[in-house]
Design a protein around this ligand. Structure first.
Ligand SMILES: Cc1cc2nc3c(=O)[nH]c(=O)nc-3n(C[C@H](O)[C@H](O)[C@H](O)COP(=O)(O)OP(=O)(O)OC[C@H]3O[C@@H](n4cnc5c(N)ncnc54)[C@H](O)[C@@H]3O)c2cc1C
Length: 291
C-alpha cells in the first residue's frame, strides 16, 4: 500500500515544470505510470503530489518531416509499434517496440517514461543510440537539445534536472544503403542483453558501422572504438574481430553480474550477438538504397 497523494494535471510542459520546481521533492511527474506506480506500491518512493503529464497535447505528437521522425515523450510503445509512419520510416523501431514488455505495459508505457527512468534493462535506448537520436528537454520555458548518448548517464540516472521534462525524441533518417538490426536475449521479465547495429556494405566492405549494447552494464553504450576496428572489413573478418573482442567489451560495457547472468556469460553473448546482428544489419542495408 502507498500513502495517499494528490494528482495535478497541468495543461502545458512549462506549467508541469513550474509545479515540479514549486513542490520540490514532494512531487513527481508520471505519464503511463507503469514504473512509478510499481515503485509507489512497493513503498520504494513516496510523493504527496503526482503530476500527470499524459494529457499535455504537445507531448503526444508523432511526425515525419522528410528527414527525421519526431516522437513526443508521451507516445506509447504500442503506438510506435503500430503507427504506419513508424512502420514506413523506422521499421526497426516498430519491431523493437513490439518486443517491449507485454501489450498491457505497451498500451500505457511511453517512450519518454522509458528513457527518463533509465532502467538498464530496456530496449529502445540501445536501438536509438545507433540511430544517433537526440532528445529535447524543457525546464520552465527554457529548452535544450542533446544527443541521447549524453542524456543517459547510468542506472536510473539521466541528465534531467529535478524540474526538467523530456519533451521529444528526434530520430534522423539513416544514410542510404545502411540497415539496422536488433537482437535481444530475454531470460526473465525484462531483457538480459540487447544489441543494436547499423551498417552498410560497400564493395563487400563494412561502412557506416554503429554498434550499441544495452542491459549488461549500467546504461546502453555505443562501441565507438570497435566500430572503427570493423569498418572497412569484410563480414567474415569482422566476425573474427568480434570473437576476440571480449576484453574490450568488458572494459567498455562495465558488465554487472546479476540474476540475468554472470559477467562472463553476458560478455560472451554480446560478442556472439554483435557478429550476428552486424551481418543482419548489412543485409538489411543492401535492400535500402533510398536512405
Ligand atoms: C512488467 C514490465 C515489463 C517490462 N519489460 C520491458 C522490456 O522488455 N523492455 C523495455 O524496454 N522496457 C520494459 N519495461 C519498462 C517499460 O517500458 C516502462 O515501464 C515504460 O516505458 C515507462 O513509461 P511510463 O510512461 O509508464 O513511465 P512512468 O511510470 O509514468 O514514469 C517513469 C519515470 O520517468 C519519469 N518520467 C516519465 N515521463 C517523463 C518525462 N516526459 N520527462 C521527465 N520524466 C519523465 C517519471 O517521473 C518516473 O520517474 C517493462 C515494464 C514492466 C512493468
Amino acid at each position: 500500500m502507498h500513502n495517499p497523494f494528490r494528482v495535478l494535471r497541468p495543461a502545458t510542459v512549462a506549467e508541469a515544470s513550474r509545479e515540479l520546481s514549486r513542490l520540490g521533492e514532494s512531487a513527481c511527474v508520471y505519464a503511463g505510470g507503469s514504473e512509478l506506480l510499481l515503485l509507489l506500491r512497493h513503498g520504494l518512493v513516496d510523493y504527496e503530489q503526482l503530476i500527470d503529464i499524459k494529457h499535455i497535447p504537445e507531448l503526444s505528437t508523432l511526425e515525419w518531416d522528410g528527414g527525421a521522425l519526431h516522437i513526443g515523450a508521451n507516445v506509447t510503445h504500442r503506438r510506435l509499434e503500430l503507427s504506419p509512419l513508424v512502420l514506413e520510416h523506422l521499421p526497426d523501431l516498430a519491431q523493437v517496440e513490439s518486443q517491449v514488455a507485454n501489450v498491457r505495459v505497451r498500451n500505457v508505457g511511453t517512450l519518454g517514461g522509458n528513457l527518463s527512468f533509465s532502467d538498464p534493462h530496456s530496449d529502445p535506448g540501445t536501438l536509438l543510440l545507433v540511430h544517433e537520436a537526440t532528445v529535447r528537454l524543457q525546464r520552465g520555458r527554457r529548452k535544450r537539445r542533446l544527443p541521447l548518448e549524453e542524456f543517459l548517464v547510468g542506472s536510473y540516472e539521466t541528465v534531467l534536472e529535478p524540474d526538467e521534462l523530456l519533451t521529444a525524441v528526434d530520430v534522423p533518417a539513416l544514410p542510404a544503403g545502411v540497415g539496422v538490426a536488433y537482437q535481444r536475449v530475454e531470460r526473465i521479465e525484462r531483457p538480459s542483453v540487447g544489441v543494436a547495429v547499423a551498417a552498410g556494405l560497400r564493395d563487400g566492405r563494412l561502412a557506416d558501422v554503429r554498434m550499441a549494447v544495452g542491459c549488461v552494464g549500467p546504461k546502453p553504450v555505443r562501441l565507438h572504438a570497435l566500430e572503427g576496428r570493423v569498418s572497412g572489413l569484410s563480414l567474415s573478418d569482422a566476425a573474427r574481430v568480434m570473437a576476440e573482442s571480449r576484453p574490450v567489451l568488458q572494459e567498455q560495457l562495465e558488465p554487472v553480474g546479476d540474476i540475468h547472468g554472470s559477467v562472463e556469460y553476458k560478455t560472451h553473448i554480446v560478442s556472439v550477438l554483435l557478429a550476428r546482428t552486424l551481418a543482419q544489419a548489412a543485409e538489411a542495408g543492401a535492400g535500402r538504397s533510398d536512405g
